[in-house]
Every structure is written in C-alpha cells, then in structure tokens.
Design a protein around this ligand. Structure first.
Ligand SMILES: Cc1cc2nc3c(=O)[nH]c(=O)nc-3n(C[C@H](O)[C@H](O)[C@H](O)COP(=O)(O)OP(=O)(O)OC[C@H]3O[C@@H](n4cnc5c(N)ncnc54)[C@H](O)[C@@H]3O)c2cc1C
Length: 535
C-alpha cells in the first residue's frame, strides 16, 4: 500500500536514505525492510527555534513494489504549417513560456531576441566580469532566456493566483531541472544549470516548427488602423505577424522610449532601489542556525528575508543568494547595476541580497523639487525610468569606470564614514571605497540606514559572532533593476494594449510579473488570451 505521512526530523535524521527510511517506518508502525521506497511531496526547513527541524510530507510505499515518480506530460505538436503566426519580441521566461504554450495550442511562435544564444552570451559575461567591457546587446539582462538564464534560478513566487505555478515547475523539470523543485518550499535551480534548460526549451520550439532568431533587435513597429502589421529590426529586417507579444523585460529602455515616441500609452511605475549587501556566509549560518553547521551537509547554506516599514515605505531584502556572487547586471556603458546569483550547490563563501526601498512617483517628484538641479517633466511616463538611469550613472562614476562598484562597510554607511578598507567581496569587476550617500538619493539613504540597524535586532548574534548589522558586511551600489519603472497598459479581459488590438504587453517589462515564475505564468496567460481571441 501507499501511505501519505508527515515527518518532522532533525537534520541528522534526514541526512541519509537509511535514516530517512527508518523514520518513515517508525511513523507508519512498520519495519524498515517493509518500506520499499518513497516520494517526497513537500520539504521545508523550520529554523525559527534553537532546534532546527526539517518538515516533510512523504508518500511511502509499504509492502508493495516502489515505482518512480510520474512526471506531468506535455504535448508539443508540429506547428510549422499553422495558419496563424505570433511574433514574440523578447526571449526571456515570459517570451519562451508564451511560445511553448502557443505550440501546445497549435499556433506558430516566432521569437525575436536582441541578444545572443546562451553559449555566445557566456563569453560576453566573461568580458564584463574580467575586463569591465560591456556588450549592450548581450549581458546579464539581454540574450537567450533573458534575465532568467544567468539569474539565480530561485523559483518561488507570491503570485500564486496569477497562474499555475505547478505547471511551470513541471515544465522546468520536463526540460531538465532536478525534480526537487517540485517539492522544495524554496525551489532553486542555480545559474550553472539554467543555460542547458533554456537551450533545451529553444530546441523543442525549433523542432516543433517555431522560430527563434538571435541578434534581432526590434526597433520599430508598423501599425495601421490600430493594428500591428509588422515589426522592424535594427538590421533592416521586418517580421509580419497576426499577433505580437511584447515581452522585452524591465531593461529595454529603447522599447519604452519607442512606445512613448509613437504615442502608444505607457505610464510611470514605482520600483525599488537600493544596494546589494554581502556578508560572510558563515556569519549568516551562525545567525540562522546557531550551532548547527551546514558544512556537515545536513543543512543548506542559510538564507534570510527581511522587511521593515520606514516612514511609510517598505525597506526589504530582495533576491537573497546564499553562497552566491554579486553580478554586474548593467545593460549599458556608464550605468552601474548589481544583482546576485548562486550555483546550484550555493557553495561560495558569501551571502548576498538586494536591500531596497520602495520608490513611488511622489518620492521622485519631491527629490527633484528639493535638489533644484533638474526639472524633468513630472508627467512623463519615462520619469521613473530616467530617475533610475540617473542613479545608475552616479554609481558608475563613483566606481571610477570599468564597472568597478562603489562600496562601503555597513556600519560605516550608517555613520557616513568612508571605509578605510573593504572586506573581500564576490563582485568580480571589483569594488572601490566610496560614500554611498553621494550615490543614493537622500530619501533612499536615510531609510536604508534606519532599516539596517533594525535588521541587526531581527537577526541577532549567536555563537559569539556578530549580528546582521556589522562592518563585516559590505554594501555595493546600486540595486536598481528590481522591477519595471514603466507599466504598459492592457485590456483586463483580452490582455491586448487598449490602443492596438493585436499587441499583447507581457512579463516583467510591462509591469505584470516580478521574477522567473511569474513572468513565465504571464507568458502563458497572454498566449491563452491570443488563442481565445483568435476564435
Ligand atoms: C542576476 C539576476 C538574478 C536573478 N535571480 C532571480 C531569481 O533567482 N529568481 C527569480 O524569480 N528572478 C530572478 N531574476 C529576475 C528574473 O530573471 C526576471 O524577473 C525575469 O527574467 C523576467 O522575465 P521576462 O521574460 O519578463 O523579461 P526578461 O527576462 O528581461 O527578458 C526580456 C528579453 O527581451 C529581450 N529584448 C529586450 N528588448 C528587445 C528588443 N528591442 N528586441 C528584441 N528583444 C528584446 C532581452 O534581450 C531579453 O532577453 C534575476 C535577474 C538577474 C539579472
């Protein structure tokens, strides 16, 4: 028979298969020899108290032959002769999952991607990390798989109502991800594994008769009587289609400018801005786990999630990467943006996380009025985008060029003291001591200072090491591409742009997603809206 049971185990009780089976047997009242196998259905770590527990839901096979987990199956038919063609601008998670869904529904997707395929892209990332040379079309944000390919690959989302999270996770497994993402409370793929998964998705799209064109940067739209007829690419090509999905991500500033120039409605949107914080991983482990040592492989490197309200604005940790690396996520020369990733084993000696403040339009207007230097058009839909760019330029200059990032130790930052020395840091282009108050707008700076001190109390010292608020931590500027600074409107029911009946804004860049899974779900949603629309 099969029996679904809950287990609450010490890390040591879950460390080996033998110990695990013994605990299943104890719970079901059987002998260990009677347990022929098991499937883990859910797994989460509870590190809130001194004793750390790992909670499992397990389907145990008792006195019956064990069979392997049966995975969800997907049917991708040949769509090469499909009557309708859907042009997808942007090959990130939103664009790729839209393409897969369209194929399942019998429509032909044509993806136009400004960047290169994952392999060629890797060389451009190496040049950025090692030589400080950026390719504006091929970087951490642009290229096959979008910002998702060389991302951290954390696959949890709070947007569970926007689509079928389980289906997205099953698709990832179908294309090569480890099955543990199906049951882990905080599923994570890791940067080293994502490129192969993305390649396998592209291969399937091509095998089914879809198209995936690289180095095709869409630079113009041809619209006749409220209908998109074709898009033009910067190399002079044009791509006609029946439907168009715009899934260009939060960093496609040229697309936002093009929409604005063509009087296609967009609006300024709030986003979050701040720094990336890096601590020694050992310190975060000691705070979160006390004397339990992840080095014994019983527990994964510890993570954290922090939030504090300061003067009506949320200050929160973002995209925390245990055992991770801080990455240069800029898309242009003269702009410095950081983000974070980690390999599947999360085995680097540092723990990094974005530490950002929610920024609304009012904050930015007040900032410009107080600074009295610039007077931008406060009604411009590009107000927030231009503000974001301005902070990124300041950061680039403060680092002195070549994507060296301005940095400050945490306590020094709160005391406006230049750090005399900086600790080791995972950011490969290098860091340079600077006063971050000269980079960040005052209202961000002040809220970060208050929140960091509060986070020291929320994550107190254990094992004679220090708490979260420590000069062992370094702040690296700036974390600015947290979500899109622009929203592209769409009809609530049909999901098309209100002015253009066959243009479908999609994913993070349009303001409908934040992260890989929610972008993928939005891609699927838009694809289904097109399928329904066609009928
Ligand atoms: C370093 C890093 C780590 C991250 N870690 C995580 C994580 O752990 N978990 C998580 O959920 N999210 C993470 N993210 C965020 C996540 O990658 C994004 O939320 C997600 O990729 C958004 O998907 P998207 O398809 O909407 O847009 P994008 O992924 O931004 O894709 C947009 C695509 O459009 C292309 N494009 C832009 N303009 C044009 C044009 N004019 N013509 C043709 N193509 C164009 C771009 O090249 C890009 O490939 C991370 C991001 C980075 C940079």
């Amino acid at each position: 028979m099969q029996q679904k049971i809950s287990l609450k185990l010490l890390p040591s009780q879950a460390a080996t298969d033998k110990a695990f089976i013994e605990n299943i047997a104890k719970t079901t009242g059987n002998k260990a020899s009677e347990i022929t196998g098991y499937h883990i259905l859910k797994k989460s770590i509870d590190a809130r108290a001194k004793i750390i527990w790992i909670n499992f839901t397990v389907n145990a096979f008792i006195n019956e032959p064990f069979h392997k987990r049966i995975f969800q199956e997907f049917d991708f038919p040949d769509v090469s002769a499909a009557a309708k063609k859907v042009i997808i601008i942007g090959g990130g998670p939103a664009g790729i999952f839209a393409a897969l869904q369209l194929i399942e529904q019998g429509l032909k997707p044509v993806i136009l991607e400004r960047g290169k395929d994952v392999r060629a892209r890797r060389r451009d990332l190496a040049a950025l990390n090692r030589e400080g040379i950026i390719n504006a079309e091929s970087n951490y944000c642009f290229g096959e798989g979008g910002a998702g390919t060389y991302s951290d690959g954390k696959l949890y989302t709070r947007s569970t109502k926007r689509g079928d999270v389980n289906r997205i996770l099953n698709l990832f497994v179908h294309f090569g991800a480890d099955e543990n993402i199906l049951y882990d409370a905080h599923p994570h793929i890791g940067t080293n594994k994502l490129p192969a998964i993305v390649t396998s998705m592209r291969t399937r799209i091509l095998d089914c008769g879809g198209e995936f064109h690289f180095e095709k940067k869409v630079s113009d739209f041809v619209i006749v009587k409220s209908e998109m007829k074709e898009v033009k690419t910067s190399d002079g090509d044009s791509f006609p289609g029946d439907f168009f999905i715009l899934a260009t991500g939060h960093s496609a500033r040229d697309i936002f400018s093009l929409l604005n120039k063509k009087n296609i409605e967009i609006s300024a949107k709030g986003f979050a801005l701040g720094v990336r914080v890096e601590h020694p991983q050992e310190l975060i482990n000691s705070i979160q786990y006390g004397s339990n040592n992840p080095a014994e492989n019983l527990l994964p490197p510890a993570s954290y999630s922090l939030v504090e309200q300061v003067e009506g604005r949320g200050v929160f940790s973002f995209c925390m990467c245990p055992g991770g690396i801080i990455a240069p996520a800029s898309t242009n020369e003269d702009e410095l943006v950081v983000n974070g990733w980690s390999p599947s084993k999360r085995n680097n000696p540092y723990a990094n996380s974005g530490m950002v403040v929610q920024v609304e339009k009012d904050d930015v207007i007040k900032y410009y009025l107080q600074s009295k230097k610039d007077t931008p058009d406060f009604n411009s839909p590009l107000l927030m985008m231009n503000f974001q760019k301005k902070v990124e330029e300041k950061s680039f200059n403060a680092g002195g060029g070549m994507f060296v990032a301005p940095a400050q130790r945490m306590v020094d930052f709160t005391e406006d003291k230049v750090s005399g020395s900086l600790p080791g840091c995972s950011y490969l282009p290098g860091i340079r001591s600077a006063l971050l108050k000269d980079v960040l707008p005052g209202f961000i700076n002040d809220k970060l200072k208050t929140a960091l001190k509060a986070f020291g109390k929320k994550m107190p010292a254990r094992n004679k090491l220090t708490n979260y608020f420590t000069n062992e931590a370094v702040l690296v500027a700036t974390e600015s591409r947290t979500s899109s600074p622009v929203r592209i409107p769409r009809d609530e029911a049909f999901l098309n742009h209100p002015q253009i009946k066959n243009l479908f804004p999609c994913g993070e860049g349009a303001g409908y997603a934040g992260g890989i899974v929610s972008a993928a779900m939005d891609g699927e949603r838009v694809a289904m809206a097109i399928v329904t629309n066609r009928k």
